[in-house]
Design a protein around this ligand. Sequence first.
Ligand code: UDX
Length: 450
Amino acid sequence: MLIRFCSVDSVSVKVSVIGLGYLGATHAVAMAELGHEVVGIEPDPKKLEALKSGVLPFHEPGLDEALTRVLKTGKITFQSEHSENSATADLHFICVGTPQRQGSDAAETSYVMAAAKALAPHLKPDAVVAGKSTVPVGTATELQRVMSEIAGIDVNLVWNPEFLREGTALEDSLRPDRIVVGAWNEHSVEVIKTVYAPILNLGTPFLVLDVPTAELVKVAANAFLATKISFINAMAEVAEVSGADAVSLAKAIGYDERIGNKFLRTGIGFGGGCLPKDIRGFMARAEELGVGSAVEFLKDVDAINLRRRDRVVALAKSELGDLRGKRVTMLGISFKPDSDDLRDSPALEIAQRLRREGAEVTVHDPVSLSALAEKDPSLGRAAELVEAVRGADLVILGTEWKQYKEADPELLGSLVETKTVIDGRNVLDVDRWQAAGWKVIALGRSIRNG
Ligand code: UDX
């Protein structure tokens, strides 16, 4: 492995970005922000039209302004498929999704394969293809073989995983902790280095690895992060029956630098389009490779995570008894704040389960209500916080939006008869809420009420 700290001349490169979902749209805008000429390719006409007119098809702070900015410079254009224009690109980024396969834990790689096949006939001989999607280890080798066969040349493929987080996607793209590239030849590394020059010149570590390691880095990082969250949530289970407090516990162990205090927030656990499907895909791939037992512990990581959702449903039942006709307010429905992404959202699953058991669930969320209307119109939606809370028998905090942390418990308390709140993210000021007369139930904490 080579770790380099580079000083590279900044040159404008022509790039294409294939697949303009979360990853691709952010990456395309980031590339244009760095001064490159970007051709974004997206077959979905709705997404394409939105992007062309400067509208993002999802919520991501700061990205819409950046899109408007780069559209004005003319540095970015969007089209539905490859063309003579995109064929002149020196570098093509594949950013299509690898969701969980229907009826299986494995990652669905058919979209990546289709994107590679569609690109292959349009490649200049010295062009480089950079895969950014999260793929099972071994995928890149197969893609390189297939593309080379179609193109009739030895295609320069590298794997260049992306570590951006929703909510801070642009910042993460422009100032990443590291840039990882798995490559088979030096020419590809040089092209990648040129395109990331402005980032590398900030002193960002540049790791040149073999291709399978680069593929693995991403799933390993996500598996580690998921394990950290489930570890503290396992401690929460123990704390709940022993009178201990998992929030203080996390703080106390986090002072040890070897452990660190990040990603130890206990609550209803992880969701989103990455961590859950990536740990499942990792287990499936390890099984295929005959080393399933090496990552079997991830089954527990997944199970601990899902049990947190059961816990909230059980707490709701113990507070309300029969759920039929009871009014429950869910504060926050996205899988994390600053996002309207509902994929595998713990708050959404809890809301749906309570609804299925007969509760009348009303959801409030600062940005995700239209996404919710599309995904599950059976859940009630309220645009205003007070409107959502009024008359509730139980309030559950499902996503730690700033607005909820700062909400006035006195005011909200005046809107309900039974002042009971389940803090699913451990962000409420317990003393303040209790002082306003609320019974506060927090995951992983044994809080004495009244
Ligand atoms: C993740 C990885 O962090 C990122 O590097 C990768 O590129 C994509 O997957 P993201 O899905 O945006 O990013 O969310 P992240 O910030 O990792 O949070 C994931 C989930 O874990 C959220 O539901 C969050 O609420 C939860 N979480 C996070 C906890 O429950 N506790 C924590 O301590 C941290």
